[in-house]
Design a protein around this ligand. Structure first.
Ligand code: AMP
Ligand code: ZN
Length: 110
């Protein structure tokens, strides 16, 4: 498996672990776009959210619980982003929820 996030989950590539539960891990993004920029990803490989929902629907609650735990640390608010596919801006094909916070977000997104 050549997936970079699977390697991070397996501990084969170093990362900064922020939090974890049985279903998912949360790591600091390598190129943060906000003071808080954490990636929450399932321990199992799923290419995107649609695949995860299809293959592991029982994991969704724990995945988003972990994302929410991170987000709630940003008292002024936060944003979840799940880029999907080429037009969605996805560059790593292992589902991950970006949790962004610590500054005011813009809308509409670029
Ligand atoms: P996306 O474009 O939504 O697929 O997001 C991929 C994210 O993964 C980007 O924000 C990258 O900065 C981040 N990223 C890529 N490689 C690593 C890594 N080894 N450790 C932490 N974050 C990474
Ligand atoms: Zn993977």
């Amino acid at each position: 498996m050549s997936c970079i996030f699977c390697k991070i989950v397996a501990g084969e590539i170093p990362s900064t672990l922020v939090a974890a539960n049985d279903e998912a891990i949360a790591i600091a993004d390598l190129q943060p776009m906000a003071p808080t920029h954490v990636l929450v990803m399932p321990r199992v490989h799923a290419a995107n959210f649609a695949a995860y929902l299809r293959e592991r629907p029982q994991g969704v609650s724990a995945l988003f619980s972990l994302a929410t735990e991170i987000g709630e640390r940003c008292e002024a608010g936060y944003r979840f982003v799940v880029n999907t596919g080429g037009d969605g801006g996805q560059t790593v094909e292992h589902l991950h929820v970006h949790v962004l916070g610590g500054r005011a977000m813009q809308w509409p997104p670029g």
